[in-house]
Each structure stands twice: as C-alpha cells, then as structure tokens.
Design a protein around this ligand. Sequence first.
Ligand code: ZN
Length: 284
Amino acid sequence: MSLRNLSINLATVRQQYNLAQAVDACLAQGITSIAPWRDQIHETGLAEAAEIIRSNQMRVTGLCRGGMFPASDRGGLAAAVEDNKRAIDEAAAIGADCLVMVVGGLPKGSRDISAAREMVVDGLAAILPHARAIRMPIAIEPLHPMYAADRACINTLEHALDVCELLGDGVGVAIDAYHVWWDPKLREQIVRAGASNRILAHHICDWLVPTRDLLLDRGMMGDGVIDLRSIRRTIVEAGYDGPQEVEIFSSENWWKRPGEEVLATCIERFHEVCELHEKSFQER
Ligand code: ZN
C-alpha cells in the first residue's frame, strides 16, 4: 500500500527526533512527506534544513507556523508582520506547499476579540503581497474554539473562508480534523473551500474522550471519536487529494514512546481508519 498520501507533521515526533533524524526515520518506513516547525528548521539551520529536504526528495506539506498577529500596540503587530515575512521566506527555502497560520488570540489584558480578529485580517493583508510575489500560499488553520483566547481567534472553517474571500488570492485553509470535526457546517464549508480551490492542507489526529490536556493530549487516529475517513472523503470530493498530515501533540503518551513505534503506528492507523480505499470510493 502506498504511503504517498501520508505526511508526518514533525510535532508528532518532536521529543524523539531533530529534523535530520526525523527524515531518516520517516524514509526508513517509506514515508516521503513531512511538515516541520520553524524551531526545528532554526535548530538545524535554514540552509542545512533545505539541503536535507532537497537531497532526500521529501515533500513538505507545510511549514508550521506563522501567525500570532494580535498585539497590544501597532509596534507589536508590525513586528509580527516582519516575522511572518521571514516565515514565508523560510517556507520557500524548504519548498513547502504552504505556510500554515495559527493566527493568534487576544493580546495580553484584552477582552476585545473583535479587535483581535481585525488585527489578524490586517496582519494577513500586510504579508500577502510578499507571499504572492514569491508564490508561497498562506494556509489559515481554524483552531477549535477552546484556543480562541491564546492561540487563534479564527475558530471555524466558515470564518476562515470569509477571511480568505476578503483577502483574495494567495490564501486558503489548512483543514485540521481535530479542530473542526464538531462543526455542524463542516461538510458545506469543505465543499465551499474546494469550489474556490482554497484547500491547502489536511491535518489529522483524533479527539480523545476524555481529553486530559487542552493542548497536549491529542490522540492517534482510531483512538478517539472523529470519523476521519468520512472527512477525508468530503475533502477529496471537494478536490484536494494531497497528503493527510499526522499532527499529534501528546506529552504523556506518544511523545514518550520510541519514534519508530510512533511512525509505525501512524502508518498502520492511516491505512485502517484514514485512507480512502479505491474500491469503496468508486462504489459510492
Ligand atoms: Zn493542524
């Protein structure tokens, strides 16, 4: 079975591997797509990271992450804009499919989520000319509403697509099943995203019941309650057939296991509960 449509977000094995080790470990199990984080790229050095990725012919399904625009003052927003332009350059240097945006939440001390959302739009508008000039797609990732205060004040696919339409070309969405699975409008909004060619990435993991930590207790596919195959089918029917990217933050479980075991489990579960089997797909 092909692993062409499986990518590993390197947060999944961040406690086990640096970039070079992660690439080797992925290739050893037949995985040829990854999505690194900026701190992992910085730790290796941008030029060396780009060379590791190029020489091993890895596909990079996204660079995580830009964003974090809302700030207490204009200077803070301007600094975020500059940092995001650097992130765009880094994404281009490693040949990423897109730069993923976790847009940011409320500035410290603020209760004004509308203002935060305006700053996000202003920040994105300020970086888009640079992103367009070097052809690096910007992928807004709506996050589950539990992160609205501290990580992202764009919390639904509908809201992310409204912002995309406001901004025009060069911007789309990263659809992370963990963040959007609960949304009653999910199906219609995936169709909408596909119709405007705005699906840039598809992230997967599972929602555990109970979830013991808001950030660091994401589940392996198949261990929770998300119908990952059904979401994948909708995304493929909407026109995106790029890799499914496994992104698991798991401080008490997967981060404590050997990296080899984590990757082997990702592959097994990808086939079991995520991948569309050609036959059943055609029978529909
Ligand atoms: Zn994600």
